[in-house]
Design a protein around this ligand. Structure first.
Ligand code: 5GP
Length: 180
């Protein structure tokens, strides 16, 4: 018989540099969880292989998927690239009886919460603005312009934390993931 349990949909958001990807990786080590692989029109970074965190698609393909109603949510992030969560992951989670983890931005989180009010939304924040800037710089992959843009975007995103069910201050990864 196919599983009938409704999957827990866990939304994780937070500014880049909040450490949310590491937290998401830890969450996905828990049993019976699966990630949602987003589609994006952004170009892959040197360290990214397609199909792991993202399916990299053209704008034409993204548009087609959007028109055919294939996305649970979608948004234009940083005013540039498009990102979307394909519905197929929710269907797969249902079919397999797994919990689904979405790492998406505040716009996407609001759309998912509207469609699936039982989804649990977690907002990850860095301990301070200084620490956030240090983490973004330490990654060494962004230009000064990009760093400034990410910091401004973080400031804007942080204003949405009240729309979330939980807020986690990521000052200590072990403690934040509850593995300490
Ligand atoms: P990056 O390009 O740095 O990987 O991600 C930029 C932002 O897009 C992050 O805040 C990330 O959480 C968000 N994002 C990634 N996938 C999706 C998605 O499918 N939908 C939405 N709305 N945001 C996403």
């Amino acid at each position: 018989m196919t599983p009938t349990k409704e999957p827990l949909v866990l939304i994780v958001s937070g500014p880049s540099g909040s450490g949310k990807s590491t937290l998401v990786e830890k969450i996905l080590e828990l049993p019976d969880t699966m990630p949602s692989i987003s589609c994006t029109t952004r170009k892959p970074r040197a360290t990214e292989s397609p199909g792991k965190w993202y399916d990299f698609v053209t704008e034409t393909e993204f548009d087609r998927m959007l028109r055919q109603g294939e996305f649970l949510e979608h948004a234009r992030v940083f005013g540039r690239n498009w990102y979307g969560t394909p519905r197929k992951w929710l269907e797969e989670a249902r079919r397999k009886g797994l919990d689904l983890v979405l790492e998406i931005d505040v716009q996407g989180a609001a759309q998912v919460k509207q469609k699936l009010p039982q989804a649990v939304a977690i907002f990850i924040v860095p301990p301070s603005r200084q620490e956030l800037e240090r983490r973004i710089r330490d990654r060494g992959q962004d230009s000064e312009e990009e760093i400034a843009r990410r910091l401004e975007r973080a400031r804007q995103e942080m204003q949405h934390h009240r729309e979330y069910d939980f807020m986690v201050v990521n000052d200590d990864l072990e403690r934040a993931t509850g593995f300490a």
